[in-house]
Ligand binder design. Structure first.
Ligand code: TK8
Length: 349
């Protein structure tokens, strides 16, 4: 009798739990635990990213999966989908809001379409190096921006590293701003990126990451800009000839979880998922940097022609994009822009 009452209670609690976290959501299933004769609710986190399974972004996601499944003893299962299998960044963010997936790790540039303040990280030449980027993103300013995601039904659990973005193209070597003239460059879907490349003299086209390789292959665009890791691991050397170390933007990714799903987790599960996201982010950043120098050498071995951007040429680019930064400061939020620039200055002391 006692056992039956226990089973009834645990089933009742389970039923309340299911209703609390959205009931029949596809992300929650119940399995019978033979050892306890009680129904143990397992939850599934469908995680989609844009990069392929060779990239540190995916290796970081596998680390997240390993930690969460181990620490929750299988109560939370993580399904991983790479190479845009669940869609491009914008589609996957909407998937979190609609409940068709639970995790994605998009560029802040695309998040800016949902939370305008995130465009602050698209300000060209904002971060001088990775150490300053780490200090700002991991500090009060970066964490404060994550809090703004809640209004979009999203939870931000730290920043991962996409890295410094560099230009490639199939037309000519680019050594100065003059060399950008007329190049059809794919940019992320972000107005600031678009106008910054216009200011440099290029002819930019916003495009989802998932369409980029084909666009370069069909010469719909002449070039693109991404970190060396992406250029190499996505095999852009097969469709691009020239690469320059423009290092024009340090691009973060943000680890996003669906807020309705996150709110349905137990406090202990929320802590495990949060800690796993930050730990996997640190793991991914370290892996990205360890291999960083090799990627450019690999690109040259694959036949790409590398052009060094001199400090003078880079300064000319900085000067050309200043009016764009001014124009977007109010759209991003003057307070946010000033706070980020102050944090950058503080991190360099
Ligand atoms: C991958 C994108 C990519 C980004 C881009 O999902 O779109 O060029 O740099 O990393 O987020």
């Amino acid at each position: 009798m006692k056992k039956k009452l226990g089973l009834m209670l645990s089933t009742a609690v389970l039923a309340i739990g299911l209703v609390a976290c959205g009931g029949g959501s596809q992300s929650s299933t119940t399995e019978t635990d033979p050892s306890l004769d009680a129904k143990v609710e397992t939850k599934t986190m469908r995680a989609g990213i844009g990069l392929n399974d060779q990239h540190p972004q995916y290796k970081g996601l596998l680390k997240f999966k390993e930690i969460v499944e181990e620490k929750t003893e299988g109560a939370i299962k993580v399904e991983t989908y790479h190479s845009g299998q669940l869609g491009d960044d914008r589609t996957m963010i909407e998937g979190l809001q609609l409940g068709s997936q639970e995790i994605t790790i998009p560029s802040t540039a695309v998040i800016a379409n949902f939370v305008p303040e995130f465009a602050v990280f698209d300000i060209p030449f904002l971060f001088p190096n990775e150490e300053v980027a780490d200090a700002v993103l991991g500090g009060e300013v970066g964490e404060g921006l994550l809090d703004k995601l809640a209004a979009q039904n999203l939870v931000g659990l730290g920043y991962w590293e996409n890295g410094f973005r560099d230009l490639t193209n199939s037309v000519r070597p680019v050594a100065t701003a003059e060399d950008f003239r007329g190049l059809k460059i794919r940019t992320m879907e972000n107005q600031l990126h678009l106008e910054a490349f216009r200011a440099l003299g290029a002819n930019p086209t916003p495009m989802a990451f998932t369409e980029l390789f084909a666009a370069m292959q069909q010469k719909t665009v002449d070039g693109q800009e991404n970190p060396y890791s992406t250029i190499y691991l996505q095999k852009y050397f097969e469709v691009q000839e020239y690469v320059s170390n423009t290092h024009h933007i340090y691009s973060p990714w943000t680890f996003l979880v669906s807020k309705p799903f996150f709110d349905g987790l137990t406090p202990e599960q929320q802590e495990i998922v949060t800690e796993a996201a930050y730990a996997a982010g640190a793991y991914q950043r370290e892996m990205n940097r360890e291999a960083g120098a090799e990627y450019l050498a690999n690109l040259q071995e694959e036949g790409m022609i590398f052009t060094e951007i001199t400090p003078e040429a880079r300064q000319e680019m900085v000067d050309l994009v200043q009016p764009v930064i001014e124009k977007f400061t109010d759209q991003i939020g003057r307070e946010t822009v000033e706070a980020v620039f102050d944090a950058v200055a503080e991190a360099q002391k």
